[in-house]
Design a binder for this molecule. Structure first.
Ligand code: SF4
Length: 283
């Protein structure tokens, strides 16, 4: 669920932000950002099911701190909603918001999704994350001290990063009180600053090396390379960390690939086979 919000990392007119972020704040394709929350819930709710409401695009803890809790409560009041998942940034939770989250956590199943993307400060600087690795760690530890589950979001194949940097990020997270992980390969959105910087204007296939003056090379991952990295990353992940996702693609005209991401069952099958081979996955 979500609204046409914003995030402290973007300009007032919506420009800027993380290098890979698109015009809709990384919202999932089927979100209707202008619709009232009630309508969004009604359209997605499966009668009789127990569901967790996920506030995802932009930054869910950023904005009017009077209005935000009212939205969370509105969602929780819906019969069958058993929890909340809030996607946010590690540097965007005020003391007051921590109090609100702690209270929610006492009353419902709360998941706090904190974007890290990489455990390398040089990468975070280059992609304009606007926070440091330390900021992430501080927020993750604070959440854990309040008993709040932290789900961390990271990206494979950021500019200048290879498998080694991805595995560093996994090892870094293994030492923190993290409950869950979301991993996906970098994809390019036409409306992102990254597409402009590297001059991407048509669908990429994977395997291209893109260059921009003064910037690290952007190696668009091939399917096989991502499968290899994902299997190694999951094999290195601490056993109790729950894997929430291992992919991410978009099906809108703004999506510029890599194209193989659209064949989800194909590469998920390969990742599964790789995990079975190294006995991480038994069935
Ligand atoms: S923090 Fe999220 S919404 Fe904000 S610019 Fe980065 S990816 Fe976009």
């Amino acid at each position: 669920m979500g609204g046409r919000g914003t995030c402290p990392n973007r300009e007032a007119d919506g420009s800027g932000g993380c290098l890979y972020c698109d015009a809709l704040g990384s919202a999932s394709d089927d979100l209707r950002l202008d619709e009232p929350l009630k309508k969004q819930i009604r359209e997605r709710f499966i009668p009789g099911a127990k569901q967790i409401i996920y506030f995802q695009p932009f930054t869910a803890t950023y904005g009017d701190e009077e209005a935000l809790p009212a939205r969370f409560e509105e969602a929780l009041n819906w019969e069958g909603i058993v929890g909340l998942a809030l996607g946010t940034r590690p540097d965007c939770i005020s003391e007051r918001m921590w109090g609100i989250l702690a209270d929610l956590n006492r009353r419902t199943h709360l998941e706090l999704e904190l974007g890290l993307q990489s455990a390398h400060d040089a990468t975070l600087r280059f992609i304009h994350r606007g926070h440091t690795v330390k900021d992430f760690e501080k927020a993750a530890r604070k959440a854990a001290s309040l008993g709040i589950r932290v789900i961390t979001h990271i990206i494979a194949g950021l500019p200048g990063e290879g498998k080694h940097q991805l595995l560093d990020t996994i090892h870094y997270l293994n030492a923190l009180p993290i409950h869950g992980l979301k991993l996906h390969p970098l994809h390019v959105m036409k409306s992102s600053p990254m597409a402009r910087l590297y001059g991407v204007c048509a669908m990429t296939e994977g395997g291209e090396v893109l260059r921009a003056e003064g910037a690290p090379h952007l190696n668009i991952l091939t399917r096989d390379r991502y499968v290899e990295w994902a299997v190694e990353a999951l094999a290195a992940l601490r056993e109790d960390i729950v894997v929430y996702r291992i992919t991410g693609e978009r099906r809108t005209p703004d999506f510029l690939g890599p194209r193989w991401l659209l064949k989800k069952s194909d590469y998920l099958h390969r990742i599964r086979a790789g995990l079975k081979e190294c006995e991480i996955l038994l069935d």
